[in-house]
Design a protein around this ligand. Structure first.
Ligand code: 9PG
Length: 500
């Protein structure tokens, strides 16, 4: 039906599926496709990425789109390949177009069904794969409108209040090359530092899919968790519970537990570890039993902070035993994991579908992997590639998600060795983490000089008051932090500057 959204001094003609309802901050529109005519002509469009690694940000409607270009494998892993349109302006769940006076027109989905929002010079539209959720439509000052949307989403999907504190992760120093001695030594060196969580990342398991102690942890994961706790840290562990590499025991012996393709064989759900991998079909009771066993095992070892990675695979398009929408299947699986681990285990999502995780996760990664290098030269048209710049750009453009869960922009660096980052770049990473209010690092103390150690201790101890005052501008304990240049991809590091 035709409808007119009447916002104080501005009216927008629209097509809506049924009669909208006015609220104090905007309008609630029933599920179904909608399109709103806007008078702004070519303007900025906010596109939002589907999962943690998917690109987000503002682009001109007559300019280049934001998305992963020319790489089907990367698109499958780091965005929603089934519905993403890398060469047309659209995004996941929420989108907005900028008006001339700092106000924006926003359409945001209030639930699941892989909602998309897109725009051109005349229209801001929303439609979903399955019409499961109402929409929020609002027009007003940018920060207010996004905050109102986040509040509504939290009202509907829930909100958790646990905080991770400061985190040390093994990934951005040791990657997969970890063993129990190295972990014990690193934990020992870190003793006394203002770190709350010591999180072991990928590399402890024999293979992705089989969540038991690998050969480099012969004493078992419980012994390692006890060692971490004995030094005063909360033991944290990485796992990717919804995927399995083809060589894993679960994929080899039970291919029927995987999401299937049309050919009746396990579907390729993404690419990493120089391989493809499959997704578990969480609608099957046996898979739910398997997940219960895995999570009882890892929490039984003593890990109470879990980084759940590659979770988007639980929401991939494919054949599942029970025919529910893929985002519903994902959220049910996540809720099942929450029910198994209980309220006191901190769940950090990574590679998670952002909106379907609201209310269940305590925290979520909001950008691609950081790296000890500024840009990802090997993936020039891939804003989801690992690198400090990409990680900052995507994370800062998701600052509004602080209203949904803790938002993790990924690790910061203090080290000048084993890194190509200069101090100015390290500072931008630390400022990003400061404004997003999630502090983690991966630097082993043994890699740091005296001054760098002092800097780490001081930075991890800070708890500043943060206020967002503009799209990419913040005030941190009275200090203005302007990330506009870097968040629009404009910061080019000085090529003559030497790392360190
Ligand atoms: C462990 C790592 C770290 C890291 C995670 C994740 O899009 N991709 O292909 C893609 C691959 C790997 C990746 C992120 C994205 O890294 O983000 O922090 O835990 O797994 O293997």
């Amino acid at each position: 039906m035709q409808y007119t959204f009447d916002f104080d001094d501005t009216t927008f003609a629209a097509n809506v599926p049924a009669e909208p309802r006015r609220t104090d901050t905007g309008w609630i529109v029933p599920p179904g496709p909608l399109a709103v005519l806007h008078p702004f002509g070519d303007t900025e469009f906010y596109r939002h990425g589907w999962n943690s690694w998917s690109p987000s940000g503002w682009a001109l409607t007559d300019g280049e789109t934001i998305g992963i270009k020319d790489s089907p494998e990367r698109l499958l892993t780091a965005d929603d390949a089934a519905v993403e349109t890398p060469h047309a302006h659209s995004g996941s769940a929420v989108g907005a177009v900028a008006g001339p006076d700092g106000r924006v027109l926003l359409i945001g989905s209030l639930g699941l069904g892989t909602p998309r929002v897109g725009a051109d010079r005349d229209v801001l539209w929303g439609r979903a794969e399955q019409d499961l959720a109402e929409w929020f439509v609002a027009f007003g000052p940018e920060l207010e409108v996004f905050a109102d949307y986040a509040r509504l989403l939290s009202d509907r999907l829930g909100h958790r209040t646990r905080r991770a504190g400061t985190v040390w992760s093994s990934w951005y120093s040791f990657f997969e090359s970890i063993d129990e001695q190295l972990i014990a030594r690193t934990v020992g060196d870190l003793e006394g530092q203002p770190v709350d969580v010591f999180q072991i990342d990928d590399g402890w398991e024999p293979i992705v899919g089989d969540w038991t102690a690998g050969p480099d942890f012969p004493s078992g994961m419980q012994a390692t968790a006890e060692g971490i706790a004995a030094r005063g840290f909360r033991p944290g562990l990485w796992l990717a519970p919804l995927i399995a590499l083809p060589g894993s025991e679960i994929a080899r012996t039970r291919p029927d537990l995987m999401v299937q393709g049309d050919d009746g064989r396990p579907l390729v759900a993404g690419h990493n570890w120089e391989s493809h991998y499959f997704a578990l079909d969480t609608t099957q009771q046996e898979v739910r039993d398997h997940l219960r066993e895995v999570f009882e095992r890892v929490t039984g070892w003593g890990f109470s902070y879990l980084k759940l990675d590659f979770m988007y695979a639980g929401a991939i398009t494919g054949r599942r035993r029970v025919d529910v929408h893929r985002e519903v299947a994902y959220r049910d699986a996540l809720q099942h994991i929450r029910d198994v681990v209980g309220d006191d285990t901190y769940l950090l999502g990574c590679g998670v579908p952002m909106v379907p995780s609201v209310g269940v996760l305590d925290g979520a990664r909001v950008g691609p992997d950081t790296a000890a290098v500024w840009d990802n030269a090997e993936r020039p048209r891939d804003p989801s590639g690992a690198g400090a710049l990409n990680s900052i750009v995507q994370s800062v453009n998701r600052a509004w998600m602080k209203g949904l869960y803790e938002v993790d922009p990924d690790s910061v660096y203090f080290r000048s060795t084993r890194s190509l980052l200069g101090e100015a770049e390290r500072e931008l990473l630390r400022d990003t983490a400061a404004v997003l209010e999630f502090r983690s690092t991966s630097d082993p103390m043994a890699w740091l000089g005296e001054a760098e150690r002092r800097q780490l201790t001081a930075w991890l101890s800070e708890r500043p008051t943060v206020e967002q005052v503009g799209r990419h501008r913040f005030v941190v304990d009275g200090r203005e932090v302007d990330l506009s240049t870097v968040a629009t991809g404009g910061h080019v590091p000085d090529p003559t500057a030497v790392a360190g």
